[in-house]
Write a new protein. Structure first.
Length: 156
């Protein structure tokens, strides 16, 4: 058996062989001309979904419902725009986060409105009661003030 001489290059595998040497370029590869695909920017969509879920669970705390709802809505819109520009791959996740954030925001606003109406109604009833008590001179007038206050609280 003869050994290959130093002047002969080593034998290369046949074309199409799965054992191609690293020195052989792979033609048609996107990396051939220096092209590197950028990583998907899915952070906004994922953040929107997480914030939307937490906001939906905690919307009754009002402050967290508003803050998390607004953030989820903003992040979801940004994430959805990235998905339409093909910078991100989770457009559905971003949309779900925006929807959940919107629901959390609406829920918190409804609670604020109901609380404000409740406060205004009861504030008026307490103001009327205080005025009545200040002007009452007998025990019967005080009892009438209490009865009126009770009716005011029970009738919206």
């Amino acid at each position: 058996m003869s050994e290959p001489s130093a002047s002969q290059p080593p034998a290369s595998p046949p074309p199409g062989s799965p054992y191609a040497t690293p020195a052989q370029p792979v033609y048609g590869s996107p990396y051939e001309a220096g092209f590197r695909p950028s990583a998907a920017r899915n952070g906004m969509g994922t953040s929107a979904l997480v914030l939307g879920i937490i906001g939906l669970v905690l919307f009754w705390t009002v402050v967290l419902g508003v803050i998390l709802g607004v953030l989820a809505l903003i992040f979801g819109i940004i994430g959805r725009k990235r998905a339409t520009r093909r910078e991100a791959t989770n457009g559905g996740v971003a949309l779900a986060g925006a929807i959940l954030g919107g629901i959390a925001l609406v829920g918190a606003i409804v609670i604020i409105a109901v609380g404000a109406a409740f406060y205004q109604h009861h504030k008026t009833a307490f103001d009327n009661y205080n005025d009545c008590v200040r002007h009452a001179t007998t025990q019967q007038e005080l009892q009438a003030c209490r009865d009126q206050f009770s009716r005011d609280l029970n009738n919206p």
